[in-house]
Design a protein around this ligand. Structure first.
Ligand code: TXA
Ligand code: MG
Length: 327
């Protein structure tokens, strides 16, 4: 099928399934962010994901499955911790790292002996995975190192010159990428990338004893590179208490800026600064954050000044993404 002559945004799961089975890439909605999907069993299709994203070959891809049963075929052993977490949180925004089975090519895992797997929770993608009866690799559908897309238009903006079929599932509910948990060892389960599923959620399932601090990861996680999730504008993070003096000292510097805070800044907003009010509810902020980054770039803002979100719930993961974007 030549998709260059067709409508590129579709709501048809059948059309997306046919394209994937023909070895093409399709952008798919998930509850976290949009993914750039390819048939995980087709080496050429997997290679074209790396090529289109500009992603180095040693940065592994997440394998998306229709069920835990399908996910377990991708791994050599299912540790009790992995089973508990899958029972509790799949389908959902949790990715598990386990030793890969022979069913998963090392090209997917960046040559590593482990594979990252997840069962996503979006109605269209669940239907799609059930229909094609094979796993899909899907990194976030953005150029390497840039901001993840949270709606179909973002994906189109990211790849304007590529005839890429996009399965439009509306805006993503979570808005930032899944939590990644290394559960190869029951004795030391480790969060490699924070997300909506928090350390507290994991402790409730596994007990505190087996959770290790996130530092010193022996596996490569591209989202863990210091500079990642970055808009073109410079990102500056400020505590709420610093906003007043920031506005005062920047009153005369006319750099176009997007200011994102939960309450009106205590001082008059200087000229050239667009103020956007976000919810104190961190889940709501997460839904909007990447769209705000994109808006700042579209409006040629040179700076995005963001009030540090609270650490409640998904807030810790928001801080993680903001801090990486600020590097
Ligand atoms: O929410 C998400 O996880 C989204 C949606 C589309 O599912 N996907 C996503 O994929 O964020 P990507 O490729 O942008 O980020 C995948 C992360 C990277 O940080 C990668 O290094 C890590 O998963 N990863 C993949 N395989 C791994 C492995 N075997 N061991 C450790 N980390 C791995
Ligand atoms: Mg990504």
């Amino acid at each position: 099928m030549d998709i260059s002559s067709k409508r590129l945004i579709t709501r048809s799961v059948r059309e997306a399934a046919q394209a994937l089975l023909a070895g093409q890439l399709v952008a798919i909605p998930t509850e976290t962010v949009y993914g750039l999907a390819a048939d995980a069993t087709n080496p050429k299709a997997v290679a074209s994901v790396f090529a289109l994203k500009g992603r180095p070959a040693d940065h592994p891809l997440i394998v998306h499955c229709s069920s835990a049963a399908q996910a377990w075929q991708c791994v050599q052993v299912v540790t009790p911790a992995a089973r508990r977490l899958a029972d509790a949180f799949w389908p959902g925004p949790l990715t598990l790292v386990l030793p890969r089975s022979a069913a998963i090519s090392p090209a997917i895992t960046g040559g590593q002996a482990s594979v990252a797997i997840r069962v996503p929770d979006h109605p269209l993608t669940c239907q799609l995975l059930a229909e094609i009866e094979r796993p899909l690799v899907a990194p976030s559908a953005n150029l390497f190192g840039r901001v993840s897309p949270t709606n179909a238009a973002h994906v189109q903006d990211e790849f304007p010159d590529t005839p890429l079929l996009i399965l439009d599932g509306g805006p993503c509910d979570v808005g930032i990428e899944s939590t990644i948990v290394d559960c190869r060892s029951d004795a030391s389960v480790r969060i490699l990338r924070p997300g909506k599923i928090t350390q507290q959620h994991l402790i409730e399932e596994l007990g505190a004893g087996c959770l290790e601090a996130a530092a010193g990861t022996p596996v490569r996680v591209s989202g863990a590179l210091p500079a990642h999730y970055a808009p073109q504008a410079q990102v500056i993070l400020l505590a709420a208490s610093e906003l007043g003096s920031w506005c005062e000292s920047h009153a005369r510097a006319a750099l176009p800026t997007l200011l994102i805070t939960t309450a009106p800044p205590p001082r008059e907003i200087p000229a050239g600064i667009n103020w956007y009010s976000v919810s104190t509810d961190t889940s709501q902020f997460a839904r909007e954050m990447y769209a705000l980054f994109r808006r700042a770039d579209r409006e040629s803002c040179q700076r995005i000044v963001v009030e540090l979100p609270s650490v409640e719930g998904i807030g810790l993961a928001l801080r993680d993404r903001l801090q990486r974007a600020a590097k």
